[in-house]
Design a protein around this ligand. Structure first.
Ligand code: COI
Length: 358
């Protein structure tokens, strides 16, 4: 399919100092294409970043048939522009689409769209460590009908946002509130799909958590309210007796690209890795006894976020004095080193974006 260029904006350079809160500023071009049952995907275009005109009856507004992805483009010191493991996002997007009864996008074409949109917005990629261009591919159901059923029309779009750190604290240890009562997802639900409803469901307790001074909420499983699942914007990792342990993918947890990368890097660094069930009571005991020496969250937006403590049932369990752990720091340095072109990528994760792809 041809990708038309209909934009009028001429691009502008991004001033790193002017980058505000995560995702609050947008590059001036976006990718858009439409889908109609019987016709498939059509009208692919890179156009000006501008509002959509949608019927108020569009299915997305009523029954939340929506999916998205999060990934980043980096501008290296030598000017090269790269994406990090974009195939994993493409694959996860299509899996989310299947779960939410939405049309998939041909993987090769998806990669082309990512490359071309990133290239067109290349002047918006901040060239500085810790900064990047956040890429948000999204699909929404647009058929104007109030019956509860899959839409026969969709819009797929990609918007780009120049960003720095996800948390206002920057790369600093954060305290997390463990949810005791509210749940995010259950097995058989849509927890492993990247769909807006999962995030909407997290807002109530997140607001309470923020009021109490916590940065994020850690969810327990929806059945027994006992096993650690994930934090709303990141997967969880602990260092227990020198081993990296992380909750297994049980069907209600997001398949994190950063989670997978962290496990690969840890193994490469000679650290044992285990995906397992983590009982919250046991984890709190292990933190208090010093068996667990480090804790961090990982995700595309937040990269690696050191966690100083977990608050469960009004008690704060501080991990090793609340400082950034050695392994956490090494994994962070290795991962960001590859992403920013400072360390050789021995894993085949980096994809260069060039003019040829445009
Ligand atoms: C990401 O890490 O890219 C995410 O999608 C989390 C987001 C909701 C900020």
């Amino acid at each position: 399919m041809q990708i038309n260029r209909t934009y009028t904006s001429r691009g502008t350079s991004i001033d790193v100092a002017s980058i505000g809160a995560f995702g609050s500023q947008f590059a001036d071009k976006m990718f858009v294409m439409k889908y109609n049952e019987g016709l498939g995907w059509h009208d692919a275009a890179i156009r000006d970043f501008e509002p959509f005109v949608l019927s108020p009856a569009s299915l997305v507004f009523h029954y939340a048939q929506e999916i998205f992805e999060g990934q980043k483009a980096y501008k290296w010191e030598d000017g090269r522009i790269v994406l990090f493991r974009p195939e994993m996002n493409v694959d996860r997007f299509n899996k989310s689409a299947e779960r939410m009864c939405m049309p998939v996008i041909d993987e090769e074409f998806f990669m082309r769209i990512l490359m071309e949109t990133t290239w067109e917005n290349r002047d918006w990629i901040p060239q500085k460590d810790g900064y990047s261009l956040y890429i948000r591919p999204t699909m929404i159901a647009t058929e104007p009908v109030l019956g509860v059923r899959p839409s026969s029309e969709y819009i797929f779009f990609i918007i780009n946002s120049p960003i720095g750190h996800y948390f206002s604290e920057g790369y600093k240890p954060v305290n997390i509130l463990v949810s005791d009562g509210y749940v995010r997802a259950v097995q058989g639900g849509v927890g492993e799909a990247k769909t807006g409803g999962n995030y909407a469901a997290s807002l109530r307790i997140m607001k309470d958590a923020r009021k109490k001074g916590f940065t994020q909420v850690l969810w327990l499983d929806g059945r027994e309210n006992r096993y650690i699942e994930e934090v709303g914007t990141m997967n969880m990792c602990f260092i227990r007796e020198g081993k990296l342990v992380t909750p297994a993918l049980t069907g209600s947890i997001l398949h994190g690209v950063t989670r997978d990368s962290v496990m690969v890097l840890a193994r490469h660094m000679g650290i044992d890795v285990e995906e397992t069930r983590l009982d919250i009571d046991e984890v709190c005991r292990d933190i208090d006894s010093g068996k667990i020496t480090e804790c961090f969250g990982c995700g595309t937006a937040c990269v690696i976020s050191p966690i100083s403590g977990l608050c469960f049932r009004e008690k704060i369990h501080t991990v090793d004095g609340g400082k950034i752990g050695k392994i956490t720091q090494s994994v962070y340095d290795y991962l960001t080193g590859i992403q920013y072109g400072k360390i050789k990528d021995d894993f085949g994760w980096i994809r260069e974006v060039t003019e040829l792809s445009g």
